[in-house]
Design a protein around this ligand. Structure first.
Ligand SMILES: Nc1ncnc2c1ncn2[C@@H]1O[C@H](COP(=O)(O)OP(=O)(O)O)[C@@H](O)[C@H]1O
Ligand SMILES: [Mg+2]
Length: 263
């Protein structure tokens, strides 16, 4: 088999001295879509933020390679330039920067000086992707995420994904708060990206997005590590039984002091 796009070995991540991710292993190859499902508070967003290099998250143990490179040695912007994309559970607003400016800057940052995308080519690509995502033209000139509804923010993240064409996208709860139409649009965008050059890690609490994006592998994360892996049928089982059935089967006890928070 070819070199994995992402390889995580025995990853441990702590926040403010408290260990949240506790021995996480995962290997994603080119063209694969993996889903990580798990109860709230289990460390899914912590994993995503740590992979993107958020300074608050301390890697205490383990190894991560991205296309063979030591990811943990790379700065945040290097990770993005190397082709990693993170859609956050709570996208931030950037006042005074239009969507279109943001996208062009991001694309050019990745392409490097002297290799900027020609303006007409950029506009054509933007129009194409926005049409596919059923986004009105005004989205291009609006300020990034300012006054966007939850659904609009998520749709906009998928627009960024399609414009930037990363090698690996990590989508953290991209489905949270979406109505069914927005959910379908998000799925359409991700499905349109499917190619041997694109890999995707979908993090979600619920199965419903996976009705529209069929993952190659599904992993269940509990208490900071993967406790079970399988195919799409695993997600269906969780939908039917909830997480409690699996906890019982695997003999996983509730952790003391774990507060279930609403997504
Ligand atoms: N920035 C933070 N500071 C302190 N604790 C945090 C922070 N982010 C997450 N946690 C804690 O880490 C645990 C895992 O959170 P998170 O990774 O958001 O879980 P999930 O995404 O699976 O719902 C929770 O107990 C949460 O309270
Ligand atoms: Mg989360």
């Amino acid at each position: 088999m070819s070199q994995p796009v992402l390889k995580i070995e025995n990853l441990h991540v702590a926040i403010e001295g408290k260990e949240i991710v506790k021995g996480f292993d995962l290997e994603i190859h080119g063209g694969e879509i993996h889903a990580i499902m798990g109860p709230n508070g289990t460390g899914k967003s912590t994993l995503a933020s740590a992979l993107m290099g958020h300074p608050k998250y301390e890697i205490t143990e383990g190894k991560v390679t991205f296309l063979g490179q030591d990811l943990l040695e790379m700065e945040v912007d290097e990770r993005a330039r190397a082709g990693m994309f993170l859609a956050m559970q709570y996208p931030s607003e950037i006042a005074g920067v239009t969507n279109s400016d943001f996208l062009r800057t991001a694309i050019n940052a990745r392409r490097g000086e002297g290799n900027e995308i020609p303006l007409m080519k950029f506009i054509k690509k933007l129009d194409e992707k926005m049409a596919l995502l059923d986004m009105g033209e005004e989205f291009a000139t609006r300020y990034l995420n300012e006054g966007f509804s939850g659904g609009e923010k998520k749709r906009n993240e998928i627009l960024q994904l399609m414009m930037l064409e990363p090698k690996l996208a990590i989508l953290d709860e991209i489905d949270s708060g979406l109505d069914i139409d927005a959910l379908k649009v998000v799925a359409k965008g991700v499905n349109a990206m499917r190619s041997p050059e694109f890999s995707c890690l979908i993090i979600t609490h619920y199965q419903r997005l996976l009705n529209y994006i069929t993952p190659d592998k599904v992993h269940v994360m509990m208490q900071g590590r993967i406790v079970k892996s399988g195919g799409p049928e695993l997600a269906e089982r969780l939908e039917a039984e909830g997480y409690d059935g699996l906890k019982k089967e695997l003999g996983i006890e509730e952790e003391e002091g774990t507060v279930e928070q609403e997504a």
